[in-house]
Design a protein around this ligand. Structure first.
Ligand code: HEM
Ligand SMILES: *[C@@H]1O[C@H](CO)[C@@H](O)[C@H](O)[C@H]1NC(C)=O
Ligand SMILES: *[C@@H]1O[C@H](CO)[C@@H](O)[C@H](O)[C@H]1NC(C)=O
Ligand SMILES: CC(=O)N[C@H]1CO[C@H](CO)[C@@H](O)[C@@H]1O
Length: 325
């Protein structure tokens, strides 16, 4: 009898551990491919370097891709799946406007498949590519726990409730992040990704032309910055790209945080970091110590890379990244 109770307890404990592990991405480990495809990380790094060294602006979409993948259905490469007859995929949501560089994953996957067919997941490729892209433009580098498996589902309808929008205030942003197990510090740190890359005017033009619908401007923006933004974006412009961190949009640094301090964050969601004690204090920390930001960014990226991952026998290893097997 005692034995029986004990074994029930043990199996329930095992189940509990399993659930906890799924939630924390504990099925991942460093060097998952060391034995089954020892060249994997090097092939990925080389291929990413080939693209990013030729066109450094590609580092930004590669970083952003990992964020968008992880927030919708976990880091399972669902973002890379094409729409099919009867299903519109995440990729085809209007918010994908600036998601570019999907072809890079096709090239990376092809290079990896040649050496180790059917072994390396697209989800791991997305996570490793983000790391490699950031370090190639002089950002931090970090070890990426691997062993993610690829999802088989990608739905446009999952985007709205899972993706933070540039129009969100601090309360909404904190909610979106905490729904993924990420805290206020992670929010402040990962927003630092906006130190590189571009935005379309549509992400912020209401702040300079009609903030409350009355031809007014956002009081949270430095009034001296508004004419500069107006010069770049005419009303209704949906195509022009603006550097999010003007002057250093190709360099991974802490200049993004200096901009926010000057009330020149481009999105409402950037400015919003001033409105919470934790995120506000982090801006000061990052500006004072780039080394601290680099270390924190690495840690938060690893944490984000564990969100909702599929491991073990879940999902599959796709043969090509844009469609399920
Ligand atoms: C906090 C919530 C976030 C919001 C609301 C947000 C929103 C946006 C928006 C609206 C754009 C411009 C898209 C366009 O119009 O072309 C953008 C670009 C970008 N985001 Fe975020 N983002 C967030 C978090 C992140 C995170 C966590 C990362 C990565 C760690 C990231 C990395 C990037 C990068 C690198 C770009 C530039 C992409 C390019 O140049 O192609 N963002 N983001
Ligand atoms: C699917 O996506 C890839 C990019 O990842 C693209 O090259 C391809 O043309 C797309 N369409 C189809 C029908 O495969
Ligand atoms: C944030 O936005 C939500 C939704 O519009 C609103 O209900 C809430 O009051 C806002 N919070 C802050 C702190 O502005
Ligand atoms: C890169 C990419 O997949 N872009 C797609 C984004 O969504 C629109 C539709 O809203 C498609 O036309 C694009 O091809």
């Amino acid at each position: 009898m005692a034995m029986k109770i004990l074994s029930v307890c043990v199996s329930q404990l095992a189940l509990l551990f399993l659930l906890l592990n799924l939630a924390n991405g504990q099925g991942l480990k460093l060097g998952f491919y060391n034995k089954i495809c020892p060249q994997a990380e090097q092939i990925i790094q080389k291929t990413i370097a080939r693209y990013v060294l030729r066109a450094p602006t590609l580092a930004a979409p590669l970083l952003r891709m990992h964020f968008h993948d992880c927030f919708v259905r976990g880091c399972d490469a669902s973002l890379l799946l094409n729409s099919t007859k009867g299903n519109t995929a995440e990729k085809d949501h209007p918010s994908n406007l600036s998601l570019r560089g999907f072809y890079i994953f096709d090239a990376v996957k092809e290079a990896v498949e040649k050496v180790c067919p059917g072994v390396v997941s697209c989800a791991d490729i997305v996570a490793l590519a983000a790391r490699d892209a950031v370090s190639l433009i002089h950002g931090p580098t970090w070890d990426v726990p691997t062993g993610r498996r690829d999802g088989r589902v990608s739905k446009i309808s999952d985007i709205l409730s899972n993706s933070p929008s540039p129009f969100m205030n601090i309360t909404q942003l904190k909610q979106m992040f905490s729904a993924k197990g990420l805290d206020s510090k992670d929010l402040a740190v990962l927003s630092g990704g906006h130190t590189i890359g571009n935005s379309h005017c549509t992400g912020f033009s209401y702040r300079i032309y009609s903030f409350t619908g009355k031809g007014d401007t956002d009081p949270a923006l430095d009034s001296k910055y508004i004419p500069k933004l107006k010069a770049k974006c005419k009303p209704g412009d949906t195509t022009t790209l603006v550097e999010m961190d003007p002057g250093s949009f190709r360099t991974f640094d802490t200049h993004y945080y200096s901009l926010i301090q000057k009330r020149r964050g481009l999105f409402v969601s950037d400015s919003a970091l001033l409105n919470d004690p934790v995120t506000n204090a982090y801006i000061t920390t990052a500006v004072a110590s780039p080394a601290t930001f680099f270390k924190d960014f690495a840690a938060s990226m690893v944490k984000m890379g564990k969100v909702g991952v599929l491991t073990g026998n879940a999902g599959e290893i796709r043969k090509v990244c844009y469609k399920i097997n």
